[in-house]
Design a protein. Structure first.
Length: 89
C-alpha cells in the first residue's frame, strides 16, 4: 500500500509541475509583459515581452536610474524601478 501511495504522490507532484510549466510557457509566449515578485518584493520571473520592452528602453531608463540593468532585473527587488526605496508594505 505504501508503494502505491508514494507513486501516487510522485504522479500528483509531476502533474502539478507539468501544469506550472504550461503556465510559464503561456506567460513566456504572451505578447503582454509580465513580472512576478515574491512576498519580499524580489522579482522572481520576467517574461520575454517585459525583457524585450526593458531592453529597448534601457538607455532611457538609465537616464533616471543609472544603476539599472535589464540583465539584473530577475533576482532584484522591485525597488530598482524607484529612485528611492519604498518601505515594505
Amino acid at each position: 500500500m505504501g508503494i502505491f501511495n508514494l507513486f501516487g504522490n510522485d504522479e500528483a507532484r509531476q502533474q502539478k509541475e507539468d501544469e506550472l510549466q504550461r503556465y510559464f510557457q503561456l506567460l513566456d509566449n504572451s505578447g503582454n509583459s509580465f513580472m512576478i515578485a515574491d512576498s519580499n518584493r524580489n522579482i522572481i520571473y520576467a517574461n520575454k515581452a517585459v525583457i524585450t520592452m526593458l531592453s529597448e528602453a534601457e538607455a532611457d531608463i538609465r537616464k533616471e536610474l543609472p544603476q539599472f540593468s535589464v540583465a539584473k532585473v530577475v533576482g532584484s527587488n522591485i525597488d530598482i524601478f524607484h529612485k528611492k526605496s519604498c518601505p515594505p508594505t
